[in-house]
Design a protein around this ligand. Sequence first.
Ligand SMILES: NC(=O)c1ccc[n+]([C@@H]2O[C@H](COP(=O)([O-])OP(=O)(O)OC[C@H]3O[C@@H](n4cnc5c(N)ncnc54)[C@H](O)[C@@H]3O)[C@@H](O)[C@H]2O)c1
Length: 304
Amino acid sequence: MPVLIVGSTGFVGRNIINALKKEDIDFVASDITDSVFDKDVEYIKLDITNREDVFNVFKDYDIDYVFHLAAHPLSASINEPTKNAIVNIIGSLNLMDASKEFGVKKFVFSSASSIVGEVVKNPVSEDHPCKPKTPYAVAKLSVEHYLRVYQELYGLNYVIFRFFNVYGPYQYPNSGALIPVVMDRIIKGQEVYIYGDGSTARDFIYVGDLADFYVETIKRRDIKNEVFNMGTGKLTTVKEVIELIAKVVGKEPKIVYKPRKPGEITNFSANVTRLEKFFGKVPKTTLEEGLRKTYEWFRNAVTV
Ligand SMILES: NC(=O)c1ccc[n+]([C@@H]2O[C@H](COP(=O)([O-])OP(=O)(O)OC[C@H]3O[C@@H](n4cnc5c(N)ncnc54)[C@H](O)[C@@H]3O)[C@@H](O)[C@H]2O)c1
């Protein structure tokens, strides 16, 4: 049952590869970058916008499962909406077309909680109305619709995970994500910025928990053609996260308050009822535990 991981060089991809290795599951890694892996990892350099190259991978390997994690990021989508659509919509369709042509058993897609746009009811369920506010979120929601339509028209099975705020090893400060940025700055004794009063809250999920659910999609053949929130259901304020990171690192944070950034959608968490109903479990790592594991990796990999 070889799994094709697309976007394997990225933060989540690296963690899923470690989870697959632990379970002894056969996989092929791919990304647009040069390989960052040891020789024991089968790796293909692949740009998903190149349709011919995508089809060639499926011709060369007997792929049963696709874990599609490749993406043009949210922040870049504001200035490059067309590029975002080419990578995130056309690139995804190339993978889906090859998957249907070559009889892939399940296509697992990494969507985003930001497709919700405006929160009407918190915690947000998978049935919550979606009104995306960025080109990135429009593309993610489009692919969700394409997957449903491909299932109905061509029988391609899928699982969609809508990621909330994922954190953990292999997430570098240059990603701009709150946790690695703050951890890096506290370790270096630099100022930490809070935009607003720090009371805005997010649902943080440890990447190791998320990787376990990806492995489950292979083991649980019965789980298909469903959308799941990938969050914890717990809200933590930005100020609380900074204090927890400081506790884990063992240093006092130098907090500087700045004006709130406009347009940020915060204060919403995942309703995880559906996740629990189908998988019989929810993400279990507490934020403090997850931050400790993140720091273990961070102190060796980032701050040397
Ligand atoms: N990290 C989060 O909190 C979060 C939240 C919501 C959704 N997601 C989604 O989850 C997935 C994984 O996220 P991540 O944090 O690991 O992202 P990441 O940016 O670390 O990894 C994405 C990978 O995609 C690759 N890529 C970009 N363009 C490509 C192309 N044309 N062809 C092949 N590969 C290409 C990049 O090289 C990169 O390695 C993404 O689809 C992302 O949109 C992540």
